[in-house]
Design a protein around this ligand. Structure first.
Ligand SMILES: CC(C)(COP(=O)(O)OP(=O)(O)OC[C@H]1O[C@@H](n2cnc3c(N)ncnc32)[C@H](O)[C@@H]1OP(=O)(O)O)[C@@H](O)C(=O)NCCC(=O)NCCS
Length: 194
């Protein structure tokens, strides 16, 4: 959202998207009341082991609520997706804090198991990209396990491309897993070429 002077508050308006079955879901900025669901989500996806590096939430529900109260929306965007009042998943995008990398942001996202494969991730990421454009970010990057085919397909379908790979960066259930770095430049920026 922009004021009369064209300045942005960093706040994104709630947006209704349709999942693959045509049902509406809402993507909105997270509020302190979402703290419990966010902690439960990170704990559940962390326990699954194979999708994200985190092994669970680093914050208690109270700490998460306080974090959300104080979050600077020009620096960070924490979104939740919900349907019928039920939290489906979330996405957290963080802008570079240095003058040198203020034009970049990185993000992580996760859905509860029952919400996956329905196109919900797309609405979350497109809403986060809207925030990124609003605050003047030019490049978005992320890290993903090379084994995470669904996530990689989602990112590729939205224009993210591989920039680099750290071989055997993780060891999951006895297997070496590469970490892939992907990035997407927001138009109309012309990225530096290799
Ligand atoms: C990764 C994640 C955010 C993707 O969101 P999503 O809403 O499930 O993604 P989509 O339903 O849009 O699926 C993405 C692509 O994978 C395909 N896909 C979905 N489920 C699939 C499955 N079980 N097998 C094969 N392909 C599948 C979809 O068809 C889609 O491809 P397409 O655009 O070519 O049709 C979500 O699955 C998730 O939270 N996973 C666990 C946590 C995680 O991996 N987080 C990301 C860490 S980097």
């Amino acid at each position: 959202m922009r004021d009369a002077m064209g300045e942005t508050s960093g706040r994104v308006s709630p947006t209704v998207w349709q999942d693959r079955a045509g049902a509406d879901y809402l993507v909105r900025m997270a509020e302190p009341r979402d703290a419990g669901a966010l902690v439960a989500l990170l704990n559940e996806v962390g326990r699954e082991e194979i999708f994200i590096a985190d092994e669970g939430s680093q914050l208690t529900e109270e700490q998460q609520a306080r974090f959300l109260e104080r979050l600077n929306p020009l620096q960070q965007c924490l979104l939740v997706a919900e349907q019928g009042g039920q939290t489906l998943g979330s996405l957290e995008m963080v802008r570079g804090t240095l003058q040198k990398n203020r034009h970049t942001a990185t993000f992580g996202m996760a859905l509860f198991p029952a919400a996956r494969g329905r196109g919900i991730g797309r609405g979350l990421l497109l809403t986060a990209e809207r925030w990124a454009r609003q605050v003047g970010i030019q490049k978005i990057s992320l890290a993903v396990f090379a084994t995470n085919d669904v996530a990689i397909r989602l990112y590729q379908s939205l224009g993210y491309r591989e920039e680099g790979r750290r071989f055997g960066q993780y060891r999951i259930r006895g297997q070496w897993v590469d970490e892939i770095w992907m990035a997407h430049w927001l138009s109309p920026v012309i990225p530096p070429t290799r």
